[in-house]
Design a protein around this ligand. Sequence first.
Ligand SMILES: [Zn+2]
Length: 203
Amino acid sequence: MADEGYVKYSARHSEAPAVEAPHWAELNDARTRLRELGLVGVSRGIGFGNVSIRVKGEEFLISGTATGAAPVLSLNEYCLVTSFNIGENSIVSCGPIRASAESMTHGAVYRAVPAANCVIHIHSRPIFDRMLRDRYPATPAEAEYGTPEIAEAAGACAAAQEGGEGLIVLAGHDEGVIAFGASVGRTFALLEELYNRACPRTN
Ligand SMILES: [Zn+2]
């Protein structure tokens, strides 16, 4: 189930002009490609999937809430997360659009892996099933979307992987997968490789 539409966390958001971050265009191109592959999109009227880049420290720019339907986003559909508190499940953000509840999981990965500069969250039935079958690092099945538990677990899973990059299957968030890496290109490549293995072309 893709349930990004439900905000269970507390958010303090300030309306502000868009923030142009280095590598934003590259991030947005990757998001467009993921949208074409169906890994970011909309299901039963609810958007799923989001992409982010580290700006500085633990600040990151992330695609905003309920943007899954758009084939291509503009900078106005990205939001800057300036701080977050995992235990309190709270986020402070600014920009032209609000952050999705899943921003906490992105933040947890940036906190756990200083070398990570990009985090991508996608949804895919075949990729999710294959990752569970192949025993990829996974968050607990009882850790649900939008909770401190899933964010903490994703951070721990990320920290346990070598080389500042990797893939995590969010076992308690059906079809949910996280990729992270030092660059947008590297993070996208991890997902593309997984996609090519799990979703063979039929034509
Ligand atoms: Zn999700």
